[in-house]
Design a protein around this ligand. Structure first.
Ligand code: AMP
Ligand code: GLY
Length: 424
């Protein structure tokens, strides 16, 4: 089988690594990929929202399956583009229709969907600039801290949490005045949930679903979960507090009604659903949905799936996921993100990376994120540069391996958190 992956991060490198282990995969292509994916795949210099160029690539390389990594092509309708084109219809896209991707593309849509299907989430209301007076009144009924969310995609920066009512009112006015462009034409204001978060992933064929290993990511840039929000600075799997009972509640109250709700509403969804959950005193609440896998969670989740991943994707395409069961590796997996100094604000790029040619132990893998090749030297090309991943008999053993590997890699001003897993 020839498979085309879309994306260029460590998530997509981890996907390529897992697909490469499959008995089905003949060739893996990736658009656009990075210096790490180039060792497993053919990198294609195509923008992943240029659907016409993707079509040409699919025809030229006889592609039989497309797997989008990030949300953008999904929200823009790559699934629908393929299904509606007679020349592409036979190629399954592992992801939702644009309508399904609204679970991530619109917070207001996701909240209303959860209300319709009785799925536990924070109480909320949605406002526009013409209802700002109502929004101020609603804020007064809430206890601090105040949670404000831009409705649309805002590159992971659209959620603002502030302690004072004054700040909340000022932030709200800013957002409705276009702080995130069109994405904040509508703002969701919601109740603050107190608890600890985890990331639950399912793969669905639209009727059936399988639950993947649970992960926890570390979103703040600083140790002890302090400082600015990032795309994610590290992840671990399994998650001790997501025990059998918590997962049973999650399955019954959240995962089943989500898949059934999409089906009942006639929304085509054949792909991953990422449910960001808050554990509030043992009870699961949805913080957000994403229409894709997480980054850096994929680097640990895929490391703990023993199934042939392409068998699972084929079952999604043929709507036979009921015949599949996930086999979890008992070992723990962790990943530590090596970032450019200054990230998520300003940072330098095009820096030489040293140490990637070390011989790392078998249980350690370095997934590339923002890297590029220049005259056979690997350079940094963004904020999150590498994702150093390891497996071990326990989370602490895996962390020790990952940190040993991280110490062998160098680039100017390299930064990473040394406390991944500290709260478990
Ligand atoms: P989101 O993009 O919706 O995942 O929000 C980003 C982060 O903000 C989440 O990972 C949470 O840490 C935090 N957050 C979002 N909504 C809430 C909430 N209702 N209560 C507490 N924290 C929240
Ligand atoms: N790690 C969070 C995300 O992928 O959105």
């Amino acid at each position: 089988m020839n498979i085309l992956l879309l994306g260029s991060g460590a998530r997509e490198h981890a996907m390529a690594w897992k697909i490469n282990e499959s008995k089905h995969a003949a060739r893996i292509f990736i658009a656009p990929g990075n210096a790490g994916t180039a060792s497993l795949c053919t990198n294609l210099p195509i923008n992943l929202t240029d659907f016409d160029a993707l079509k040409q690539a699919c025809i030229a390389h006889d592609i039989q399956m497309v797997i989008p990594g990030p949300e953008e092509p999904l929200v823009r309708g790559v699934y629908d583009y393929f299904i509606n084109d007679p020349a592409l219809r036979h190629i399954p896209v592992i992801g939702p229709s644009a309508a399904g991707a609204e679970l991530e593309g619109s917070k207001d849509f996701a909240k209303a969907f959860m209300m319709r299907h009785g799925i536990p989430t924070a109480a909320y209301r949605t406002f526009r600039s013409d209802t700002i007076a109502d929004a101020f009144a609603f804020l007064q009924t809430l206890q601090p801290p105040y949670v404000l969310k831009a409705d649309g995609l805002a590159a992971g920066k659209g959620v603002i949490i502030v302690d004072s009512l004054d700040d909340a009112q000022r932030e709200l006015r800013d957002m409705l005045n276009g702080r995130f462009g069109k994405a904040s034409n509508k703002v969701v204001i919601e109740e603050y949930l107190r608890g600890i978060e985890c990331s639950v992933f399912i793969l669905t064929d639209g009727a059936n679903f399988v639950t993947l290993p649970v992960a926890k990511d570390y979103k703040r840039v600083g140790e002890g979960d302090t400082g600015a929000n990032t795309g994610g600075m590290g992840a671990v799997s399994p998650v001790p507090f997501a025990d059998k009972e918590f997962m049973r509640k999650t399955h019954e109250r959240i995962l089943l009604p989500t898949v059934r709700g999409l089906r009942a509403e006639g929304i085509p969804y054949k792909g991953f659903i990422f449910v960001g959950l808050m554990n509030v005193g043992g009870e699961p609440y949805v913080v957000e949905y994403n229409c894709r896998m997480g980054d850096p969670e994929t680097q640990v989740v895929f490391s703990r799936i023993q199934n042939d991943i392409v068998d699972l994707f084929n079952a999604v395409a043929s709507e036979t996921l009921n015949e599949q069961a996930i086999v979890e590796d008992e070992r723990a997996a962790v990943t530590v993100v090596l970032a450019s100094g200054g990230y998520p604000a300003r940072y330098e790029a095009n820096l030489n990376i040293e140490g990637l040619d070390c011989i790392f132990p078998d249980n350690t893998i370095i997934f590339h994120a923002a890297t590029r090749l220049s005259n056979s030297q690997i350079l940094t090309s963004g904020g999150r540069v590498l994702s150093v991943s390891a497996r071990g008999d326990s989370i602490s053993e895996a962390l020790e391996l990952a940190y040993q590997a991280a110490e062998r890699i160098r680039f100017k001003d390299m930064y990473y958190r040394r406390d991944i897993g500290f709260d478990l």
